[in-house]
Design a protein around this ligand. Sequence first.
Ligand code: NDP
Length: 282
Amino acid sequence: MSAKLIDGKGIGNQLRKDLAQDVAKLKEKTGIVPGLAVLLVGEDPASHTYVRMKEKACAKAGIYSEVHRLPAETSEEDVLGWVDKFNKDSKIHGILVQLPLPDHIDENKVIEAIDPAKDVDGFHPINAGRLFIGEDSYLPCTPYGIMKLLEVEGVDLKGKQAVVVGRSNIVGKPVALLLLRQHATVTICHSRTADLGAVTRTADVLVVAVGRPEFVTGDMIKPGAVVIDVGVNRVDDKLVGDVEFEGAEKVAGSITPVPGGVGPMTITMLLRNTVEAAEKCQ
Ligand code: NDP
């Protein structure tokens, strides 16, 4: 058996075309152009690549974006000053502080300084809390993108066993809450989970966000499962996921590739959140 590929790139592209139309309509009706401000501190090459991709995606969708690239030694006070400026700027509807920040800057303090109404990354405690209690909020972009992929693929989550490997605040925990919201029975695994394979083999839907190349192997997957590989790892100049693709695709029912699976959806949902923030300003 060979698993069906879940084409995040194709699905993302279609959604971005739809978004570009929404942006054009909003501009025509109200004169509002959605605006995203991005703050990038330091020289992390992966962060620079992600920000360039976000910038290009904004331009293509008709979203105004401004990227501020600051040196690694920028003080926390300066970063907070930029956030304050974006909070007050009426042409900016969404603020994104690219993580990770250099060690001398307190990430939580910076995230908490963002106006929750402009928190298009969905990391502010107010938005995280709203997600927790099931209220409308900006959803963090990667979990939101994963849920969109499952929706487009027609995966009915009700009553299904979903296993999430990884419990980070940006992927593991929020995606687990969203799967629960769709009535899956959810198990979260982490570095102290005993007999991980025994747990992952129960999964009808398996989401892997660990940050270790090819960590989940075919023998850890239930035949026919939907496998969502969030991992992005650079190995010998090649990108690989957290799932060992060759082994997994022989067992899974469907699987996201890396690259071209979850990554493009993350950026797409950032655009979606920014447009939504602008629409709320009408
Ligand atoms: P974190 O490092 O924040 O979290 C990793 C999680 O994996 C932790 O909860 C950790 O457990 C768990 N873990 C580590 N080792 C094991 C193990 N041996 N067994 C079980 N669980 C383990 O990573 P992120 O959530 O931020 O990212 C995960 C991956 O997803 C990375 O490759 C990242 O690059 C990628 N990513 C991709 C995105 C995209 O758009 N495609 C967006 C965001 C991330 P513990 O808590 O116990 O330490």
